[in-house]
Design a protein around this ligand. Structure first.
Ligand SMILES: [Cu+2]
Length: 398
């Protein structure tokens, strides 16, 4: 006797498998690949309904093809190499050559067909975070579909029924696959391209990695103590600026796929929260902020008028999240006179330096770092330089 759930799950499987065989492997849409970490200029839509594209911070938007009224994308889940910042590379899992994967941009009312090919060493699925769709298209391994086996392609179909800000990520071996960088942004533009119109529309995901200095593969069992808190898998000084003209109306959309909340703070301006996970906030209900807390799994859209000239900071207000790789078990030595002990230790370890008596003062330390990690030093025009394969302290600000 087949259970109702078993029957429904089986039906969804058949639809998925049927779509693959109907389309045929030979006519899969081309899967574009892009492994660089530049902010790519957004392409204008070559066909389908028109929209004003978003700019993906240190990322790109996926091309599509129109076929019989369907907008078709092809995402390939695969191992990628991501440059987190100059001189530091991570072995991640992502989509189409990058982590995060390419941003998907569609228009309200589009019929969307997503081909997902699994080139990982383990099974996966794809969940379309925030979308309203048929249960069988929700991408939950073991509940709404069997996982996509290694080497196979699954097809998802749904209508992008409401405009707004969304994400995509696997719902199979979630802890490992998201800690390895598998995620991407999704924007559904309004049917009326003038609705919600702004001059600049930036998107990025908050993600985090724990990559021990000298290694390149994230520690996927880490729960909270990550050492690289990243915007779109990039860390300072590798994050591009969000450049706009004075007077522009600017929107920044942020999704959080880390394991903790991030109070995102902007300098020099006040903004309004104009979009949440549930959609756009009506004008009368928008609220002013200079910091908006983005909880785990949430998306936020903020908007402001870029009135003030200058280089303004946009950062998480958890101070440890603005640091790159750092030790967390170092005692606080502020006010401790270490002068007598340095000479003694130097007799055993000539290169030993005391630190911390007057505060952190990381920019005052001239120590080479292990390979493939990032220094804690910061500030505009930082005094850290990447030279001969190492991050070194340069001694003076440029
Ligand atoms: Cu944070």
């Amino acid at each position: 006797m087949i259970s109702r759930r078993g029957f429904l799950t089986g039906a969804a499987t058949v639809i998925g498998a049927g779509a693959v065989s109907r389309a045929g492997a030979a006519v899969l849409p081309e899967a574009a690949s892009n492994g660089d970490a530049k902010t790519n200029p957004p392409p204008l839509p070559p066909n389908g309904r028109t929209f004003h594209p978003v700019v993906t911070l240190n990322g790109w938007s996926a091309p599509w093809r129109m076929k019989d009224g369907w907008k078709e994308f092809h995402l390939v889940a695969e191992p990628v190499i991501r440059e987190i910042a100059p001189g530091m590379y991570a072995k991640l899992w992502g989509y189409n050559g990058s982590s995060p994967g390419p941003t998907i941009e569609v228009v309200e009312g589009d019929k969307v067909r997503m081909f997902v090919t699994n080139k990982l060493p383990e099974q996966t699925t794809m969940h379309w975070h925030g979308q309203r769709l048929a249960n069988g298209m929700d991408g939950i391994a073991g509940l709404t579909q069997p996982p996509i086996p290694v080497g196979k392609t699954w097809v998802y179909e749904f209508e992008a029924s409401r405009p707004g800000t969304f994400m995509y990520h696997p719902h199979a071996d979630e802890m490992v696959q998201m800690a390895m960088g598998m995620m991407g942004f999704w924007v559904t533009h309004p049917k009326d391209s003038q609705q919600f119109r702004v001059d600049r529309d930036f998107v990025f995901l908050l993600n985090a990695y724990d990559i021990a200095p000298g290694s390149s593969t994230p520690q996927t069992n880490t729960m909270l103590d990550f050492n690289l808190w990243t915007f779109n898998s990039r860390a300072y000084p590798g994050i591009d600026p969000l450049v706009c003209r004075q007077g522009d109306r600017v929107r920044i959309r942020v999704g959080n796929l880390t394991m903790t909340n991030h109070p995102i703070h902007m300098h020099g301006h006040t903004f309004e929260v104009t979009g949440t996970d549930g959609g756009w906030v009506s004008k009368s209900a928008r609220w002013p902020e200079v910091t908006t807390d983005i909880a785990v799994g949430q998306m936020r859209a903020i908007e402001f008028d870029a009135t003030a000239l200058g280089d303004w900071t946009l950062h998480c207000h958890k101070a440890h999240h603005t640091m790159n790789a750092m030790g967390h078990t170092v005692p606080n030595m502020i006010g401790v006179d270490q002068s007598g002990i340095i000479e003694k230790i130097n007799q055993l370890v000539p290169s030993y330096m005391s630190m911390g008596e007057h505060g952190g003062a990381m920019n005052g330390m001239a120590m080479p770092l292990p390979t493939n990690t990032l220094p804690m030093g910061g500030g505009p025009r930082a005094v850290w330089r990447y030279r001969n394969g190492r991050h070194v302290y340069d001694g003076e600000s440029a």
